[in-house]
Design a protein around this ligand. Structure first.
Ligand code: GLY
Length: 325
């Protein structure tokens, strides 16, 4: 008899699942096997306690992963001290703050905005694109008009601190982003809820002093973020051009599908970049989460950290990297 039962023990950490085997006569045989799952869990790029705490607040109350990752991404977006995301983000070389973001749910639904100006929370606009339109991505003025129609407020996102830095940059106007500073750009956040459903969010103001109109990997489904509820999720941070050329987050998830652990998959995706692209003065980092709540990360250069929240608490982890100190 086919049996599938789920038992939540210790606030959903262990799930007992009926495993269905196929006998040689083609009949289904079911065995009960204990699969240890570390859920709920949320993982984000960089040192990101605020984002994780907001996401954990949702997950710890049996909320949905899509609500958790959106709530998490909104924290750095609204924080003027975070100059790589949302309000207070560093501008492009014309002095305009332009934001990219995307979001993906456990059903494969996704929404994205690119080159969005004047809206503090692009991740929430991306979610509206996913839920309220037949499209996946809106860009520029169209994205702004859609956001305003959805009730978002138009604001000046260029803070005095970012304006001052930009004016100092203008003196030489050299485009040499500093690794892990101007390249410390993207907040990616991936999580699993207590129903075992995965979601992800990715938000950025992109590279500081980028060319006007430049879009990075962060709003591109498959590059900056990918979620497959059967397998896992991955998100990227760093120099978007290298991530886009290798369709990085989709690659990480597909490598997990082929049997790699989250760490192995992130490492192989970084090695594809290292083998084929110029990695002088660039950083790229990936974080990944499999369906069972195992996580991993890998980066091109050292000093990439990521933040994990689960039943055991919140912890900042150092990522292993291709280059070492
Ligand atoms: N990873 C963000 C960007 O390249 O814009």
């Amino acid at each position: 008899m086919k049996q599938t039962r789920r038992k939540f023990i210790n606030s959903s950490i262990v799930i007992t699942t009926g495993v269905i085997l196929q006998s040689c006569e083609g009949k289904e045989i079911t065995t009960n096997k204990e699969l240890s799952k570390n859920i709920p869990i949320v993982v984000s790029t960089w040192k990101n306690e605020g984002a994780n705490n907001a996401a954990w607040e949702v997950l710890s109350k049996n909320g949905k992963s899509i609500d958790a990752v959106e709530a998490g991404a909104r924290i750095p977006e609204g924080d003027p001290a975070d100059q790589s995301v949302g309000y207070g983000g560093r501008p492009d070389r014309d002095g305009n703050v332009t934001l990219d973001a995307c979001i993906m749910n456990h059903l494969g639904g996704c929404g994205a905005v690119t080159y969005l100006q004047h809206i503090k929370h692009p991740i929430s606009v991306a979610r509206k694109v996913m839920e309220e339109t037949p499209h996946v991505m809106l860009s520029g003025d169209g994205a702004l008009q859609f956001a305003l129609a959805q009730g978002f407020s138009k604001e000046n996102l260029l803070t005095e601190a970012s304006k001052k830095e930009y004016e100092e940059w203008l003196v030489k106007a050299e485009y040499k982003p500093k690794v892990n500073i101007e390249l410390h750009d993207t907040i990616g956040i991936i999580g699993i809820d207590s129903d075992g459903n995965l979601s992800g969010a990715c938000t950025t103001s992109g590279l500081a002093y980028k060319m006007a109109g430049r879009i990075g990997d962060s709003p591109i489904i498959g590059a900056g973020l990918y979620v497959d509820n059967e397998i896992g999720a991955a998100v990227a941070t760093g120099m978007g051009e290298l991530v886009m050329r290798s369709v990085g987050s989709f690659l990480v998830v597909e490598l997990m599908r082929q049997g790699m652990s989250p760490f192995e998959a992130c490492k192989e995706a970084v090695m594809r970049i290292v083998r084929k692209q110029d990695i002088t003065d660039i950083q790229v980092g990936y974080i990944a989460l499999d369906k069972n709540g195992n996580f991993g990360a890998y980066s091109v250069k050292p000093d990439f950290v990521f933040t994990v929240s689960d039943q055991s608490g919140i912890k900042i982890h150092d990522s292993e990297s291709y280059e070492t100190k």
